[in-house]
Ligand binder design. Structure first.
Ligand SMILES: NC(=O)c1ccc[n+]([C@@H]2O[C@H](COP(=O)([O-])OP(=O)(O)OC[C@H]3O[C@@H](n4cnc5c(N)ncnc54)[C@H](OP(=O)(O)O)[C@@H]3O)[C@@H](O)[C@H]2O)c1
Length: 423
């Protein structure tokens, strides 16, 4: 049922996304969505002259709660005070739209319950894959299917770094510095490059695609920091590229089945949908029992693309359609494993001497792992030689045990790097 218009909107957090939302509201939707409040700390530094004079500027969230605002747009980020502000807004019967992945990944079920109890809405389209409308697409567009796998590239910073390393054989640090200079990476890139940002998004996708929660902290998240330019060269020899892949997969057809979930750098075939994602773009590929694979790609971050997702949620609320699906608030949490069975790429960096391959083969054999091939670029220095062994299918846990043993051998100059080879 459509809501009486216009809706009064408060933006809490007037930063990159908050300002982009304000611009779109004023330029495109002033008749249906009326921006009445902007709330931010140090508000004097935030004031702009391009918003209507009727907008109230405040540092006190209480002013927003006490007002006739219908929807609070939470764009301050982080958990504290964002969680409190969102709870208080819902409690005061104000709908909430948020781009906050950490908040939604951890507190989805109680927030949705509170929203329902108070008869208001909570929209979180912008919390996953920025401007790609994947929440609505999975919940509504693919509601007719039985989804069993969701794969994606959910972090544009990692993708920018990996594609730049690949294009110009850059070291990780140089590609990261370039990403920071161009605004694709934060000054502290930890959450992005170490997979923490992507695993929060993956937890939200589990909710959206499978209808159940997963604990984001339980999702295996591996960093792209150990990737070197030589890995991208060896990957190419295997007709593959390296991407930071996020994946969810039901173990079987049962709704409550354990879910394989990971965020990690992996080799993917050249020409595949994941390999084709360049620069800071994102992709989500959903696979269902009936419809096969459907992909959604575009800008996963950035002020304007993210603001589009926020404004779309606002329009959905104004139009009376429910941003969250009716069956999405279940409090059940699915068990997770990160123990994927896959072929693997393992790069060793050694001081060369005869017998190294023989010792590695013996160790892999002891763990029942078959070697597929050995790759060594000609002309590399023997005093610091990176070479690769590809392995036939084995589980990540068996490989970890084998590599634990192998790491104790004396010829390593660096810890071996193991990456799954995905098809
Ligand atoms: N930027 C993107 O591309 C993107 C993409 C997808 C999702 N998101 C999400 O969108 C949200 C906002 O991101 P953003 O990039 O717009 O961040 P941002 O540029 O840092 O903006 C955050 C704003 O909130 C204000 N703020 C932070 N903590 C506050 C507090 N305790 N009290 C009052 N004001 C506070 C900040 O004020 P100060 O300026 O004083 O610090 C700033 O104006 C986050 O949840 C983020 O994860 C962002």
């Amino acid at each position: 049922m459509a809501v009486a218009e216009p809706l009064n909107i408060a933006i809490a957090g007037f930063g990159t996304v908050g300002q982009a939302v304000a611009r779109i509201l004023v330029a495109e939707h002033a008749e249906r969505l009326r921006l009445t409040h902007v709330c931010n700390r140090r508000i004097a530094e935030k004031r702009v002259d391009w918003l209507p004079a009727t907008v109230a500027w405040t540092e006190r969230f209480e002013d927003v709660l006490a007002s006739d605002v219908d929807v609070v747009v939470e764009l301050i980020g982080g958990l504290d005070p964002a969680e409190t502000w969102v709870r208080r807004a819902l409690d005061a019967r104000k709908s909430v739209v948020t781009a906050n992945k950490q908040l939604i990944a951890r507190h989805f079920a109680p927030l949705v319950r509170l929203a329902r109890e108070r008869g208001v809405q909570i929209g979180f389209e912008a919390s996953v894959a920025g401007g790609i409308p994947v929440v609505q697409a999975l919940r509504q567009g693919l509601a007719g299917d039985h989804l069993f796998r969701v794969s994606g590239i959910l972090n544009g910073t990692c993708n920018y770094i990996l594609t730049r390393m690949e294009a110009d054989a850059l070291p990780f640090e140089d590609a990261l510095a370039e990403a920071q200079a161009k605004g694709f990476a934060e000054a502290d890139p930890t959450d992005d490059v170490d997979g923490l940002d992507a695993r929060a998004k993956l937890a939200i996708l589990a909710r959206v695609a499978f209808g159940y929660g997963v604990d984001p902290a339980a999702i295996v998240a591996r960093s792209i920091r150990p990737i070197q330019a030589i890995d991208l060269l060896y990957a190419r020899k295997l007709h593959r590229v390296i991407r930071q892949v996020s994946r969810l997969e039901r173990a079987n057809e049962e709704d409550h089945a354990e879910v394989l979930a990971f965020v990690q750098p992996a080799l993917v075939p050249i020409g595949s949908s994941l390999a084709n994602v360049q620069g800071s773009q994102n992709i989500v590929a959903a696979t269902g029992r009936f419809g096969g694979e459907t992909t959604f790609a575009g800008f996963g971050a950035g002020g304007n693309p993210t603001a589009v997702a926020v404004v779309s949620d606002l329009l959905a609320i104004a139009g009376g359609s429910v941003p969250i699906a009716d069956d999405a608030e279940g409090e059940d949490v699915l068990a997770i494993t990160g123990d994927a069975v896959a072929r693997h790429y393992v790069r060793f960096t050694v001081k060369d001497r005869p017998g190294i391959i023989a010792s590695l083969a013996t160790a892999f054999c002891r763990h029942g792992i078959n070697i597929d091939a050995v790759l060594q670029e000609p002309g590399l220095p023997k005093t610091r030689l990176p070479f690769v062994i590809t392995l036939e299918e084995c589980s990540a846990s068996v490989l970890r045990r084998a590599l634990g043993e192998i790491a104790a051998l004396e010829f390593h100059l660096e810890a071996p790097l193991a990456l799954p080879i995905l098809d």
